[in-house]
Structure formats: structure tokens, C-alpha cells
Design a protein around this ligand. Sequence first.
Ligand code: MF3
Ligand code: CO
Ligand code: CO
Length: 254
Amino acid sequence: MAIRIKTPEQIDGIRKSSRLAAECLKYLEQFVVAGNTTAFLDQKAAEFMKEHGAISATRGYNGFTGHICTSPNDVVCHGIPGPYTLKDGDILNIDCTTVLNGYYGDTCKMYTVGEVSEEAKKLMDVTRECLRIGMKECYPGNRFGNIGYAIAQHAHQHGYGVVYEFCGHGVGVKFHEDPEVSHIAQKNTGKRMRPGMIFTIEPMINTGKARCKIDKIDGWTARTIDGGLSAQYEHTILITDNGCEALTDVYGDF
Ligand code: MF3
Ligand code: CO
Ligand code: CO
């Protein structure tokens, strides 16, 4: 399938939705404390989106029940908000996708609960660097494979596993559009980026093996196969005439 080139009107709508998704992640920071459940975070996210005239893209998506994804510690992605109670030392990913006036904005980042281990801090730092390194490959004429190539090089330098079972994706008019943006790829492969394309980069990096297993009971929660920690950061990226703009990078905090 061809990769959609967004119109100025679509870009404007996606920009607004992306800003709101980023604001939602910022709003949730105050609630990521020991003793709170991930269901409580979900409730706060639902309230925030409603107040701002948006809905969640994830709630009802193939039966997913959360307004956000909440993925602690060894959960790679797609954690379902529920009774899990945050405790000191946890790391947590919150992934927020908003639909505002029909347009999608998609972003995620890591949170810490109290003091976390040096191992966790380093994993989060390197994962954030992976997102930034991927963004450096975003300019007209470059190939999508170079994003994954650069990300994997960096993660592997630190001995980390790069999740290959979940990818970034075109986004904006629909939740998941073409192309798939792999976080591990061969150099100079894939289609070329063009101004007006909008897609996510969302590397999931593991301290141990790259492999994931999906929870047999809930059918969603993806965990590391070896129980190692996993981290993820995500921005919605617009290709511009001379580079890119991260539409969800409202605070510059990752
Ligand atoms: N927001 C996730 C992404 O970055 C997708 C979550 S799908 C869900 O693509 F169903 F798990 F919510
Ligand atoms: Co995404
Ligand atoms: Co997301």
C-alpha cells in the first residue's frame, strides 16, 4: 500500500491531537506514585481526554479495554490498566493515543516510581537515545530501513535486545497506517520518506532477550521472554521539507 501524504488540513488536525496526547502524558505524571493502581491512571486519562473533547484510540480497539496502555517493568507493551498497584522501584510505560476531531496522535514515555535501579535508569536513557537517533534518520529521500538500522546499532552496543514483534506505523487519519516502521532493519532498505508523511517511531528495548510472549489469559500483555526489563518511548513524526518535526514533542522531556 502507498504511504499517505497528509494534506495541510490533515497535518493541522494531527498536530492538535498529538499535542493533546503529549499533554495527557504530562498530566498523568502526578498520579504515577506508589500505591496507585494502573486502573486509576486509566480513569485519570479518560477524564483528561473527555475534558478536552477527545476520545481514546485504544479503548475498544480489537477489544482492548484501556484508554491508555500501562506497561510496568518486564511488560514490553499493551499492558491493560487494572488492579496492578505501583510500588517503589517500578518503571512504567504509559502509551496514549488520542482521537481529536477524527485525527490520531500517538506517544508514550517512561515513568519511575520512587528510586529505581541503575540498570533501569540506563535502559531508559538508552531507549530515549534510540528514539532520538531514529529521528535523525527522518528526512526526505532517506529510506525507512535506516531508522531501524540506526536504532538497533545503538541498542546492541549496550548489549540490549531490540523488540522486533511490534513496530512503529503510519498514523494520523487512522490508528495504524502504512508503513510499518521496524526498529531493527537493514541499511538502505524500505521506501523513501517524503514531506507530509506522518508515522511513529516507538522503540521497545529489553535488557535481555528481544523475544516477547503474550499473556495467555488476557491476550494482550506482551512481556519479555526472560523476565528482563523493557522500556519504550514514542513520538508521532512529520516529515518536513528539510527534516522532521516530532508532533508529540511538546515538552522536550524525552
Ligand atoms: N499505542 C500503541 C501503539 O503505539 C498501540 C496500542 S494498541 C492497544 O501503536 F490495543 F493495545 F491499545
Ligand atoms: Co504507535
Ligand atoms: Co502508542
